[in-house]
Design a protein around this ligand. Structure first.
Ligand code: SF4
Ligand code: SF4
Length: 441
């Protein structure tokens, strides 16, 4: 069998409606097969805690091979995976079309789907209900109370023992003014389509921007307005489904898909570029939903119209349709590329854009920060999450930056927390906010 594959990697659709997908014996057999390949390879040992967990189990077994590991211990590996996709994207030479057909993250997903059907903790169900939580917590008085409690040591200790949310994890505040009910409508501009990207934009705002950091959404609209790109905010929106996907709750993903895809497909067919300001949500529409619904024309139309905001700006620049009248230099920016941006296979578009701003030095860190959406919040994973992030915290602090930025606002908060005192002099700012600042708008 040859080492690695010379052909471009492909990803097989997820056969999640097939009853076999949920058969524990079949999954354990496949876990054993893939774990055996991984044990012989071990390239991924430093990516996350899933692989060290596996290799420790093998090394401690009586045979020192995968056949010596008890099948119930396979699930310890599954628990450590937060589906960042990095093993598939950056390390594995055995991904399809290689005949060994290793897709480690999607095998973990299949195992998680089985685990989900057996029943999960109330905490996991709650944390992954970002839309419902946001609707409740963003009610003005409730938002202030939740934010105050999140900073109260006693309340956090209670939250940890009652719900398993780690008491030291810095949580994002809830905004009392939601993005979707407070955005400025677009001025009327003529639509200028470019060769590489459409000239009008539809915004899928995401739960995080809607309920936690609406400023990111307002910054994105200001950037579009400055560049005379007309926009709409999509008329109806539910969670993209990524938090449910990461739990293996594929039925919930399906319910959310039924709400989002018809609305998004309509704007895609009308020729809008759809921009999603949170990388995990963008990835859900670009990759995971198309793999769950490979024959659904609407899902594929949404995939083809979906852009990361910086991917869109760089393409507009290529089309000669992006203004470069920057007024404010940004100084030193420590910029982190989140895994779910890397998986989009679009190159380092945010870095490219920030580097085009005069008087701006960008130091780029391309490594998993270890938070994931809800994984690093949970009491049992918090320590591992901080451990995985340690090299990122160190590299981000090194240039003594003026700004700490990541496309993923959750990763940025985690990085700031991990940098501790070293981040005190640096301002945490989303790249969209930095671009707006540079334009002076
Ligand atoms: S998907 Fe990410 S967390 Fe899961 S095993 Fe691969 S590298 Fe580790
Ligand atoms: S996922 Fe691929 S690269 Fe990583 S340890 Fe397994 S076989 Fe090796």
């Amino acid at each position: 069998m040859r080492e690695g594959s010379l052909e471009a990697p492909t990803r097989h659709p997820l056969d999640w409606r097939n009853p076999e997908f949920y058969e524990q014996a079949k999954v354990e057999q496949e876990l054993g097969r893939v774990f055996d390949i991984c044990h012989g390879c071990r390239r991924c040992v430093n990516l996350c805690t899933a692989f060290p967990t596996l290799f420790d189990l093998v090394d401690a077994s009586s045979t020192m091979e995968v056949d010596g590991v008890a099948k119930q211990d396979y699930w310890k590996v599954v628990e450590q995976c937060y589906l960042c996709d990095m093993c598939y994207m950056t390390k594995c030479p055995y991904v399809p079309p290689h005949p060994w057909n290793v897709d480690f993250p999607h095998l973990m997903l299949r195992a998680k789907a089985i685990k989900f059907r057996k029943g999960i903790k109330f905490r996991d169900r709650l944390l992954s209900s970002t839309d419902a939580l946001g609707k409740l917590a963003a009610i003005p008085v409730v938002a202030q109370t939740v934010n105050a409690l999140n900073k109260n040591g006693l309340a956090r200790a209670v939250l940890q023992s009652a719900l398993g949310v780690h008491k030291d994890r810095e949580l994002p505040p809830y905004a009392s003014n939601k993005f979707r009910s407070n955005f400025e409508p677009s001025p009327s501009f003529p639509v200028k389509d470019g060769k590489n990207a459409p000239g009008k934009v539809a915004i899928f705002s995401t739960c995080y921007v809607n309920y936690n950091e609406p400023g990111m959404g307002h910054d994105l609209l200001a950037l579009l307005e400055h560049n005379r790109v007309p926009y709409v905010v999509v008329e109806k929106e539910a969670c993209c489904g990524m938090p449910k996907f990461e739990l293996g709750d594929l039925e919930a993903v399906d319910r959310l898909k039924q709400i989002n895809i018809p609305v998004l497909a309509r704007v895609a067919k009308e020729g809008y570029a759809i921009l999603t300001p949170v990388p995990s949500c963008t990835l859900m529409f670009k990759q995971e939903l198309p793999l769950l619904y490979p024959d659904d024309a609407e899902t594929l139309a949404v995939r083809d119209a979906m852009f990361d905001p910086f991917e869109y700006f760089v393409l507009r620049r290529k089309d000669g349709l992006l203004k470069t009248d920057f007024k404010t230099p940004l100084g030193k920016v420590s910029y982190h590329i989140p895994c779910h941006s890397r998986v989009q296979n679009m190159g380092q578009k945010t870095r490219e854009m920030l580097e085009a701003i005069p008087g701006t030095a960008v130091s780029t860190v391309e490594r998993c920060a270890g938070h994931d959406g809800t994984w690093g919040v949970k009491a049992e994973y918090f320590a591992n999450s901080m451990k995985i992030g340690r090299p990122v915290f160190r590299q981000m602090a090194e240039p003594q930056p003026d700004y700490v930025a990541s496309d993923c606002p959750i990763a940025a908060r985690h990085i700031r927390q991990g940098m501790g005192d070293e981040s005190k002099a640096a301002e945490k700012a989303h790249p969209l906010s930095l671009l707006r600042k540079a334009y002076g708008i």
